[in-house]
Write a protein that binds this ligand. Structure first.
Ligand code: MN
Length: 163
């Protein structure tokens, strides 16, 4: 459990413009992870935090590298947030058997706006099948769209223009 007691003790908030101690989530940033999964068929798992869980897509060909490039992304089951730190080997005979490594991880910013220019809440973006996020990973610092197409499970992962 985090504690901000020391932070608080050292400061007089009548004098400093620094923010008061608060354990409330400081920003709208949520976590993401991209895992490389050496299962029967090598693929990447693209996971983003939406409301306390990781929405997950399997991306057979990996993250698109060029602007406007599209990759098929198959929606899979939600994963717990703790999964964003998982690396290891799922034993033979188990679901998803094979090695999992983290390709990149970090936070993302929801950049999807409605026609009035207002940010659309991320869970609504998911429901609408129209997600736009700016990844702030260690390697990847670009924007991607996830667009539902054909059916509920079949999405496209698209690299967006630099912004
Ligand atoms: Mn997988």
């Amino acid at each position: 459990m985090a504690s901000l007691k020391n932070y608080q003790k050292k400061r007089d908030f009548k004098k400093t413009p620094e923010p008061k101690a608060s354990l409330k989530k400081p920003s709208k940033k949520n976590i993401f992870v991209i895992q490389k999964h050496f299962s029967k068929r090598l693929h990447f798992d693209f996971r983003i935090q939406i409301k306390g869980a990781l929405k997950s897509w399997a991306v057979p060909k990996g993250v698109p590298k060029k602007t406007s490039e599209k990759r098929l992304a198959i929606l899979t089951e939600d994963h717990p947030l703790g999964y964003a730190k998982f690396e290891g080997t799922i034993p033979q005979g188990e679901y998803g058997a094979g090695k999992v490594i983290i390709y990149d991880s970090g936070t993302f910013e929801n950049i999807k706006r409605d026609k009035m220019g207002k940010i659309v809440p991320i869970d609504k973006c998911f429901k609408n099948g129209q997600i736009e996020i700016l990844l702030q990973g260690k390697k990847i610092k670009t924007a991607f769209a996830l667009i539902k197409f054909r059916d509920d499970k079949t999405w496209l992962l698209i690299k967006m223009k630099k912004r």
